[in-house]
Structure formats: structure tokens, C-alpha cells
Design a protein around this ligand. Structure first.
Ligand SMILES: [Zn+2]
Ligand SMILES: [Zn+2]
Length: 291
């Protein structure tokens, strides 16, 4: 059995490596690498042409660090471990279910729904699960130490979107896995959904003042998400505006908080000046931290 797992690990690793190199070498419309580059350039241009904080430098503080996080989290981390390990975890989990005679977990079948409806369902359910996971990252003291990496940005810009500790990938994907596996989607490829969420996430962190008018009660936006990163929160609160793509959950569950539209609101958390400044020291921080 362990040989079998090891083979799945290696196949995942080499499969991903081949996939990544062909992505970079062969741009196409179905290509994460070039979409990420393209969206980043577009949102960056929008920031430079219509800046909210007019005095913010084009190459703001931590721009390159955040750019590195973006590629590390999106590609390198997936390449090194995530894909291979998660293939093994899924196989082991299915083997475990097999012990109880469970062949698959699908509880609801939506495979015969129209494609757009399946996309919409996936978008709304995944976003709601992620909203809950994000709340957990703020409420659980151990997880908060990891999530602090994302909150250690002090000057906001599009690239801060994917500045986060790689443990977050593991936490989000593991918690999401079972509920999503219980829905029998007829589509194997949710590429467009990933691209849409990256675009919304980039904009949420961008130095632009967009609120989408009345759609602000539905869609997360840069003004709302700036307050998620604010240093000064209501007394006793662990956080506000936990929304990922949708702001709806924060309005429904009473965690929406936008007291004003001050673009210079200080960002971060208490004692942020003691938080490490480099990639490696931030990544190892939760384990090295001395209380
Ligand atoms: Zn957060
Ligand atoms: Zn953020």
C-alpha cells in the first residue's frame, strides 16, 4: 500500500512539473500562469492610473516580497508538495472510506444542471466555506499566527492578495474538500471560476476606490477589504469583513464594518513592528515565535 502511495506522490510531482513548464512555455487562454501575470499587470495599471492613495509609490513597500508570495503560493508550493501530498491524502481517504464500504461521497447530484448553474453553485458554496475558514483563522489563536503573514502588509496593493503562509492553502483546501466532494458536479474543470476569484481578490487589495454601487452588499470590494486589514478594530473583535469574493455573508451574519472610507487607515495588528520582514522569517515565524 505504501508503495502505491509513493507512486501517486511521484506521479503528482512529475505531472505537476511537466504541467508547470508547459504552462510557462506555451501561453494559451486556458493557462493559469499567463492569466495570473495578465490580471496582475491589468490591476496594477488600474492602480497607477486611478490611485486611491495618491501618494503611494508605484513600487510600494513589500511589492517584490508580495510578488514572490504570489508565485510561491500559486506555483512553487503546489509544485513542491501540495499537489503530490494531496493526491496521496485523497487516495488514503478513499481507501479509508472503502473500509466501510463507501465507494464515493456524492450526496447531491447536480451534474445534469446547466453549466452556468453548476459554476454559480460552486462559486457560492466554496465562497461560504472560505468565509467560515477565514473567520476560523482569526478566532483560533494558533491559526492566527499563520494568518498574520497576510495581515502584516502595511501598504495595500494588488499583490498583497496572495501574500499568505502556505499553511493557509492546507487549511482551506482540507476543510473544503469533504463538503465539495459531496456534491456531484458534472464539470471537471473550474478554470474560469479560479480566474474570476483571482480577479476579484486582486481588486479587493488594489489601491483603487471601487465599491460597485448597490452591488457592494453582494461583492467584496477594496474599501470593505481595507477595513479587514485595519489595525484599529472594534474593541473585543477578532476581525471584520471576512468575505473572500462575496460580501454577502458579512452583511447576513453581522460582521460587516465600514465606519468610514479613509484611505489612509493604519493597517496591521498590535506590535506589528516586531513582526519579521523577510519571506523566510515570516514563513517560520509561527514555529519560532517566543511567547
Ligand atoms: Zn484575515
Ligand atoms: Zn486581504
Amino acid at each position: 500500500m505504501f508503495q502505491e502511495y509513493f507512486k501517486i506522490f511521484l506521479d503528482g510531482y512529475y505531472g505537476y512539473w511537466n504541467y508547470l513548464s508547459s504552462e510557462i512555455l506555451r501561453p494559451s487562454w486556458h493557462n493559469y500562469f499567463w492569466w495570473l501575470v495578465g490580471l496582475s499587470v491589468i490591476v496594477w495599471m488600474v492602480e497607477l492610473i486611478f490611485p486611491w492613495r495618491k501618494n503611494q509609490a508605484a513600487i510600494r513597500e513589500d511589492f517584490w516580497l508580495d510578488g514572490f508570495y504570489m508565485f510561491f503560493n500559486f506555483f512553487i508550493f503546489s509544485l513542491i508538495v501540495y499537489n503530490s501530498v494531496s493526491n496521496v491524502a485523497v487516495e488514503a481517504f478513499n481507501d479509508f472510506l472503502g473500509l466501510f464500504g463507501i465507494e464515493n461521497m456524492v450526496a447531491i447530484q447536480v451534474g445534469n444542471w446547466p453549466v452556468w448553474a453548476q459554476f454559480l453553485l460552486m462559486f457560492v458554496i466554496a465562497d461560504f466555506i472560505q468565509w467560515n475558514v477565514h473567520r476560523l483563522l482569526h478566532h483560533n489563536p494558533w491559526l492566527w499566527e499563520f494568518h498574520k503573514v497576510h495581515h502584516s502588509v502595511t501598504q495595500m496593493g494588488f499583490a498583497a492578495h496572495l501574500r499568505y503562509h502556505w499553511m493557509e492553502t492546507i487549511v482551506y483546501k482540507s476543510i473544503q474538500y469533504i463538503p465539495l466532494a459531496m456534491i456531484g458536479f458534472g464539470l471537471a474543470d473550474f478554470f474560469i471560476l479560479h480566474i474570476v476569484t483571482i480577479a476579484i481578490g486582486h481588486l479587493n487589495h488594489a489601491n483603487v476606490k471601487i465599491t460597485y454601487g448597490p452591488l457592494k452588499y453582494l461583492l467584496n470590494n477594496p474599501v470593505m477589504h481595507l477595513w479587514h486589514h485595519a489595525k484599529n478594530l472594534p474593541v473585543g473583535s477578532h476581525g471584520v469583513n471576512y468575505g473572500i469574493s462575496l460580501s454577502l455573508w458579512d452583511y447576513l451574519f453581522g460582521t460587516a464594518y465600514i465606519p468610514n472610507e479613509n484611505e489612509n487607515e493604519p493597517l496591521g495588528f498590535d506590535h506589528i513592528e516586531e513582526f519579521p520582514k523577510t519571506f523566510w522569517s515570516q514563513i517560520t515565524y509561527p514555529w519560532n515565535k517566543k511567547n
